[in-house]
Design a protein around this ligand. Sequence first.
Ligand code: ADP
Ligand code: ADP
Length: 220
Amino acid sequence: GPVIDARGLVKRYESGDGYLEALKGVDIAIEPGEFVAIMGPSGSGKSTLLNMLGLLDDPTEGSVYIDGDDTAEFTDAERTTARKRTIGFVFQNFYLIPTLTALENVEVPALLDRDPATRDRAADLLSRVGLAERTDHLPGELSGGQKQRVAIARSLVNGPRLLLADEPTGNLDRETGRKVLDEFTRITESGVAVVAVTHDPQLPDYTDRTIEMVDGELSR
Ligand code: ADP
Ligand code: ADP
């Protein structure tokens, strides 16, 4: 079954003395290992949908199911655990900590576990994304594509089954963007699903499915 299954998502934001409906009844199920792109104009609701799939914000109506469990019924602690175990995040601006090395950045999401194996796992992930020679570099010493590959390694450190990526190639030139997309393809081959919100016209060349979002609704 799907890793994540969103049903009937409606999201309303308060706006002036009324409200704005950013999602108008969105259904989307993501299967293990799928690579899905969500495209569409600015303001169409893509970030809002990503926030719901990432359990970062609650829908006004509808539910997000993880492995068949309705996350609306989760306690805050259960949501945090589900997010950490199941979902990794990749952002347009990388969000690396500038004073930490590449290796230390990759370890960050696992630090609270105090698991001695974390360092080895982080080193292994960095070599999988082609950065074995860059482990001790600071982000300021890395190119944009290298920074994004560090961020991808970081997103994998807790062993998620779903990566949510918000404009992952938005700050990269085409060639560097392609390398990052190749990285996502390899990740999906290991069974991890990737959902990317994007304006990048080359992304559909890499994905299994590209979904268009228009005015709070999905269309194929
Ligand atoms: P996209 O990612 O496609 O650009 P968003 O999901 O950011 O679209 O926004 C969809 C609509 O919801 C826009 O009209 C935006 O201004 C509005 N919106 C998004 N987040 C909020 C928020 N936290 N509060 C109020 N309005 C919001
Ligand atoms: P994107 O560049 O992905 O379309 P935006 O720059 O529109 O994203 O929004 C960035 C963040 O700000 C998102 O998390 C979104 O939910 C939030 N946001 C967008 N529009 C508004 C708004 N009108 N009021 C408050 N927050 C908003």
